[in-house]
Structures are given as structure tokens and as C-alpha cells.
Design a protein around this ligand. Structure first.
Ligand SMILES: NC(=O)c1ccc[n+]([C@@H]2O[C@H](COP(=O)([O-])OP(=O)(O)OC[C@H]3O[C@@H](n4cnc5c(N)ncnc54)[C@H](OP(=O)(O)O)[C@@H]3O)[C@@H](O)[C@H]2O)c1
Length: 289
């Protein structure tokens, strides 16, 4: 398939780009800089110069692809507004197509809010953290749009060989500083390795009859204490840890820092059952990071 990939240079998008190319798909990746264009070319894709903030300038490419996978985000104060503009423009272009557009939109576990001991499946009412409220609405617009076969992928916390969700902990290790735990040691994170996540996107891409929402995690909820213990043990880190309250992290790092403080459990049973998705990294302790 010919796929437009937004966010091809990102934590999640890099693995998707790699997976698409390996499986014979033609990837066009939006690139806002020469550096990103080079990265996309190195991954085997074709860079398309353009900025997420100005979708009208590049959305015409939609008529030359079969699908769009959206994994881009500015992570700036304009994140929600930018996403709304991107989705609006893509859905406008989709209306004029002769064949339906396969559209994989990226949501995330933070849209469920704190779940505590309940394991969130796709039917759970969303209680997104404030800084990601916009994402629920944009995802629903994709699912409801004419001329679109839409699916929303909700990844758990995504880790990979360069760290990903663990990056902050690994930086503390490198600096020989205490690892900061945001929220509490018992806070649980649903986890997925990005290569396994990419396989889920690929499988959904090729099954346009599967629409709706799909959680993707290999482990439903791993206490942060286990993650930092594993990292400390691997690295011989002896500087310990410090627990930071929600109030502290919000003041110091802004509203998005609420995400890692959420105590969450999430189920990926639906995607396992429907497409037989089975992660290679069933447990994070078996992976390199
Ligand atoms: N990572 C996780 O654990 C996780 C979990 C659940 C959901 N999600 C969601 O998944 C999505 C992607 O997350 P991520 O961790 O992969 O993010 P990321 O590593 O920060 O990647 C963001 C991507 O968006 C691109 N981008 C940002 N601003 C742009 C602009 N103005 N124009 C064009 N491209 C732009 C970046 O390109 P450059 O390389 O040019 O900067 C990069 O490719 C987000 O919506 C996030 O909320 C992430």
C-alpha cells in the first residue's frame, strides 16, 4: 500500500516506518526539516516537505496514497489546535477520493485517566488528562468521517532500544542522579515495545474492515517500582530514587507531566483476539533499552 506517515521520525513512527518498508509498503513521510527528511530517506521512505501546522500545504498528497497513519504531535501549547487542523484537512481531502481512505489515528492510554484496579478495555469511558482532551474528539471525528475507514490505536507507554518511556530514568542513571518517580512507586504503566506496537499498526492497516478503537500493550500495568528496579540492576545504579508528587511535577514540567503519574491498567485483548496480535516482547525485562 502507499502510506502517508505523519511523525515518521518519532518514537512510534520510526518503528512503523521501518515495519512498513520491510513489508513492501511505500512510505511517504512528512518532514519539517532537512534532518527529518534525511531520517525518513534512511528508513527507506520518501520525504514530503511540510509542517504539521500548515496541512493545506501538503494534504494534496492524500490523492496519491491508500492510507494515512498519524503519529505526529507538536507537544507544544498548540498541540490540540494543530491536530484539529490536520484532521480537518485530511478528512476534507478524503471526501473527494474515489476509494475510502484507511486512516489510523493515534490516541493513547492517558485518554483513560487513572484506572486503578480496573483494567481498561476500549469500552471504558474516557477520562483524559486535561492536556490531551482534544485527542478524544479528533479520534471520534476520524471514526465518524465519510470516505474513511478509521481506527484509533491507543498505545500503552512505549519503550524501545533508545529508552522511549524509560528515557527519563535512563538519563538519571547516566548522570548518576536519583531516578525521579512521578506520582508513586505503585503507579502502574501499561507497556509496549515500539516494534510490537508497529506490528499492530501494520496488521490494522491491512484490515480496513476493522474500524473502531484498539488498545495496544503487552503488559497491562507494570508498577514503576519494577521498572526502576530493573534499570538500576542492569546499570549498577546506586543513587537511588526520589518520589515527586503530582503537584511538584505539574509545577516543574507542565500539564503533560500528569500522564506518567496515572496509575493505569489497560487490556489489549481485543486486538489479540481480532487479528492475533502477539507481542515479541511480552515482558519489558526481556528487551534492550
Ligand atoms: N510515546 C508514547 O509512550 C506514547 C504512548 C501513547 C500515545 N502516544 C502518542 O503517540 C503520538 C506520537 O508520540 P511519540 O512519542 O512517537 O512522539 P515523538 O517521538 O515526539 O514524535 C513526534 C513526531 O511528530 C513530528 N512533528 C512534531 N511537530 C511537527 C511539525 N510541526 N511538523 C511535522 N512533524 C512534526 C516529529 O517530527 P521531528 O522529528 O521533525 O521533530 C516526530 O516525527 C503522540 O500523539 C503521543 O501522544 C505516545
Amino acid at each position: 500500500m502507499r502510506v502517508l506517515l505523519l511523525g515518521a521520525t518519532g518514537s512510534i513512527g520510526t518503528a512503523i516506518a521501518r515495519g512498513l518498508v520491510q513489508n513492501g509498503h511505500a512510505v511517504t513521510g512528512l518532514a519539517r526539516s532537512a534532518k527529518s527528511a534525511d531520517t525518513i530517506a534512511a528508513l527507506g521512505g520518501t520525504p514530503l516537505c511540510g509542517d504539521l501546522r500548515h496541512p493545506c500545504e501538503w494534504s494534496g498528497v492524500l490523492h496519491k496514497v491508500d492510507a494515512v497513519i498519524h503519529t505526529a504531535a507538536t507537544f507544544d501549547s498548540d498541540m490540540g489546535e494543530t491536530d484539529r487542523k490536520v484532521v480537518t484537512e485530511l478528512l476534507k481531502q478524503a471526501k473527494d477520493r474515489s476509494a475510502p481512505l484507511r486512516f489510523l489515528y493515534t490516541g493513547g492510554c492517558w485518554l483513560y485517566g487513572t484506572t486503578g484496579n480496573r483494567i481498561a478495555d476500549e469500552t471504558k469511558v474516557k477520562r483524559p488528562i486535561d492536556s490531551f482532551k482534544w485527542m478524544v474528539e479528533q479520534g471520534q471525528r476520524v471514526l465518524a468521517a465519510d470516505g474513511v475507514s478509521g481506527a484509533i490505536v491507543h498505545p500503552g507507554m512505549v519503550y524501545h532500544e533508545e529508552g522511549g518511556a524509560f528515557a527519563r530514568f535512563l538519563e538519571a542513571v547516566r548522570a548518576n542522579e536519583p531516578i525521579e518517580v512521578w506520582g508513586g512507586l505503585n503507579t502502574r504503566w501499561p507497556l509496549v515495545h515500539r516494534d510490537d506496537l508497529a506490528q499492530a499498526y501494520l496488521a490494522l492497516l491491512e484490515r480496513p474492515e476493522l474500524t473502531g478503537e484498539f488498545n495496544v500493550c503487552a503488559q497491562s500495568g507494570v508498577p514503576v517500582s519494577q521498572i526502576i528496579a530493573e534499570i538500576a540492576q542492569r546499570s549498577g545504579h546506586v543513587s537511588g530514587y526520589v518520589v515527586r508528587t503530582l503537584k511538584y511535577v505539574l509545577c516543574k514540567h507542565g500539564a503533560m507531566a500528569e500522564g506518567p503519574t496515572l496509575d493505569q491498567q489497560m487490556s489489549a485483548e481485543k486486538i489479540r483476539q481480532l487479528i492475533g496480535w502477539e507481542p515479541e516482547h511480552g515482558c519489558f525485562t526481556t528487551a534492550t533499552f
